[in-house]
Design a binder for this molecule. Structure first.
Ligand code: ADP
Ligand code: MG
Length: 695
């Protein structure tokens, strides 16, 4: 009986592969292997070179070798309850070697059935009674058939429970043999030649079953390039789309505006600030919505840049909104903007969760009527029932704390308002391109003058009392000190208790004569405000806090940041915490108290002590922990790459980005026949991302 084979493509279910039934498909689904495409892009962790067979007589202890021969005996004994040992002898004409498996009694029959000719691969050991191989991989050599796990460079895949290496290898092998020839080329020939990339079929074959070890990297490079290209095409299209939309062209007189800003602030703008303000205003003058990312290290002065953008919107009779990730930060922005705009008679609304329903109503009413010109808030701002009369500018501070969805939600509050996204967490360029690929980027690469770099010390817990003495000296000089309590990830309740205990201990035992305050996430917002206010007004000398003060808080008189159990925090987080000090003219200090248990922990403390450069720290963080760990994937909008590695493949991302933007400029919707493959791949990519965000 012959059966017509349906045409398989990348979206064909794995069940189409011989030997994959429903049950196995469910197991494969656990590692997201649903389609043939998923199998093709399921890259091996590594490869093993099994091209050379060794004679048993020449095998040496400590070597990984491939042997072939026949099974002369095989037997399973139960040595105690629940523990069996299967032993077999392999013979190849030059000698014999013992094979041994634990708790796999079925192996005995399997071996005996195929005893005439098998291949094994594993580590050779010397037992005193002869050579042995423990739990080898093995396969029978059916005459005339190609053994998958022998005689070649063999892939070793990431697995999941319920499926073994040999099984998965066979599935992928079969999938490739049967359907790879049906896989369509995605990249235009011109790009293949220009960047010396392997055609798709060759590349997929090479990353799984290469003929030569050198082919693996070449194949991978091609697949990485494609993955980056598709992602950047999506970003380029998104950007082009925004740039074609009609936006609000604000009639700005930059010279006059800049004068106004300068008169309102008590310091001189740095040239970096002036430059990015100009970049932002230029965007706002254009009849298309601005979509800009403002990056600047902690303390570089982004707030005044945001204020300048807000002023520009208001002067043109539009409303502006700024959204911050925490209430504390929203309060602070409110305070700063209120001060700044008071001389101009511009009211600033504060919309946060803790307000009473009545207060919220009043604010919403002002905002909806257009009387509320500037609105500062938390998530509350993007709630459904908040409406703006004419929102011209939406700013999101500390974007990394929000998801992509929230950016869209705020944008939707107006008719294509200008959007400015600000982030203080310096992120490496690769990540910027990935997370914010559709945005234009402005960077404040200069600190306000007169700042003394924060001095960072890494101390062991044994030296804590000395650290406290240092803190006391600073307080005696009129400064204030933050103490961050150890991170308790397990429960917020425990976290609060830790903070309370530390505060009590410091007040009672260490600084009985000083004023110690406490701040944590479980406090009511009003309480939090009061504490922050007291600290700001110097009514407290020492503020014990959880990481609620991590982002944005600005109290220039605070000159020391002591972090307990510092190795438990991420680098970016430590950098943010450290950014709370060194904001005034005083020499400031950051003391990391830690006795890291791991090498990685040590390295992180060393990096912190060595540099204040946020971008460098971010690169290191990325290198040590990987992007998923730092930014999450689904929530942050960081795509889960199947092949690419953001650290290793940085250079390729740059290239792919350039090509993608050029392609979209020449052929915005990818209609050209040579770009058809890309168009299809892009649609598949969108589908995959859409699925990823809803799940
Ligand atoms: P961030 O970029 O971390 O948001 P902020 O906007 O909070 O930084 O600014 C940090 C501190 O530096 C604030 O106290 C602010 O008033 C001050 N500042 C900002 N720009 C300048 C400048 N050009 N000269 C002096 N101080 C400045
Ligand atoms: Mg800030």
């Amino acid at each position: 009986m012959t059966q017509e084979k349906p045409r398989a493509n990348l979206d064909t279910s794995v069940q189409y592969v011989k030997g994959v039934g429903e049950k196995l498909a469910q197991i494969l689904a656990k590692i997201d292997l649903l389609t043939l495409g998923d199998l093709y892009f399921h890259l091996p962790r590594r490869h093993e070179d099994r091209t050379q067979f060794r004679k048993i007589a020449h095998a040496q202890a400590g070597e990984m070798v491939s042997l072939s021969g026949k099974i002369i005996t095989a037997d399973t004994v139960t040595i105690r309850k629940g523990m069996s040992v299967t032993k077999a002898f392999l013979e190849d004409g030059s000698g014999t070697l013992e094979l041994i498996w634990f708790n796999q009694p079925y192996i005995k029959d399997a071996l005996l059935k195929r005893r005439e000719s098998i291949v094994v691969y594993g580590m050779v050991k010397e037992t005193g009674f002869g050579l042995q191989m423990e739990t080898p991989e093995w396969e029978d050599l059916t005459p005339g058939e190609d053994p998958i796990g022998a005689n070649r460079i063999v892939p070793v895949y990431p697995l999941t429970e319920g499926i073994g290496q040999k099984r998965l290898r066979a599935i992928i092998y079969n999938a490739l043999n049967l359907y790879l020839s049906g896989v369509q080329e995605t990249l235009p020939p011109e790009l293949l030649t220009k960047h010396q990339l392997l055609p798709i079929q060759q590349a997929i074959r090479a990353v799984h079953f290469p003929d030569h070890i050198d082919q693996i990297e070449a194949g991978r490079k091609r697949l990485v390039f494609e993955e980056f290209l598709i992602m950047q095409l999506a970003a380029a299209q998104q950007r082009a789309k925004m740039q074609n939309e009609r936006g609000i062209a604000l009639p700005l007189d930059e010279t006059r505006l800049l004068d106004k800003v300068k008169r309102a602030i008590p310091f001189e703008l740095t040239s970096a600030q002036e430059r990015v303000i100009h970049e932002i205003w230029s965007d706002m003058k254009r009849p298309h919505p601005m979509n800009r990312l403002l990056q600047g290290d902690v303390g570089s002065g982004k707030t005044v840049v945001a204020a300048s953008a807000i002023l520009a919107a208001i002067e043109s009779d539009y409303q502006a909104a700024i959204m911050a990730p925490t209430e504390i930060l929203a309060e602070q922005h409110h305070r700063v903007l209120h001060e700044l705009f008071r001389p101009f008679g511009i009211p600033v609304e504060l919309l946060v969760g803790r307000l009473s329903a009545k207060q919220k109503e009043a604010i919403k009413e002002r905002v909806a009527s257009g009387r509320g010109l500037v609105t500062v808030g938390t998530h509350a701002v993007i709630q459904d029932n908040v409406e703006f009369a004419r929102l011209g500018l939406a700013i999101i501070d500390e974007q990394h704390r929000f998801g992509v969805m929230q950016r869209a939600a705020l944008r939707d509050k107006g008719l294509n308002p200008h959007v400015l996204v600000m982030t203080a967490t310096p992120i490496p360029r690769t990540l910027t391109m990935t997370l914010y690929g559709d945005l234009d980027v402005s960077i404040i690469d200069q600190m306000p003058p007169g700042r003394k770099p924060v001095k960072t010390h890494w101390k062991y817990p044994e030296e804590r009392l000395k650290v406290y003495e240092g803190a006391r000296r600073l307080v005696e000089q009129g400064r204030q000190v933050y103490v961050i309590c150890p991170l308790v990830e397990e429960s917020e309740k425990l976290q609060v208790r830790a903070a309370e205990e530390l505060a009590e201990h410091l007040q009672k035992d260490i600084f009985p004569d000083l004023r110690v305050g406490l701040l944590h996430g479980r406090m009511k917002s009003l309480q939090k405000d009061e504490v922050m206010e007291a600290f700001r007004e110097r009514e407290l000398d020492i503020l014990v806090s959880t990481t609620v003060i991590e982002v944005g808080v600005d109290v220039p008189n605070a000159a020391a940041m002591i972090v307990e159990d510092a190795d438990r925090f991420g680098l970016a987080q430590l950098h943010q915490l450290r950014g709370r000090v060194g904001r005034g003219e005083h020499q400031s200090f950051c003391v990391l108290i830690a006795k890291p248990k791991s090498d990685e922990g040590m390295q992180r403390m060393e990096i912190m002590a060595r540099t204040n450069n946020g971008f460098l720290i971010a690169e290191e963080d990325l290198r040590l922990r990987g992007p998923g760990e730092i930014y999450g994937t689904k929530q942050s909008g960081l795509p889960a790459f199947r092949v690419a590695d953001l650290i290793k493949d940085m250079a390729l991302l740059e290239v792919a980005r350039q090509e993608a933007f050029q392609l979209i400029e020449r052929d915005p919707t990818l209609e050209h026949p040579a770009n058809r493959g890309l168009k299809t791949a892009l649609e598949r990519h969108r589908h995959r991302l859409a699925v990823a965000t809803v799940s």
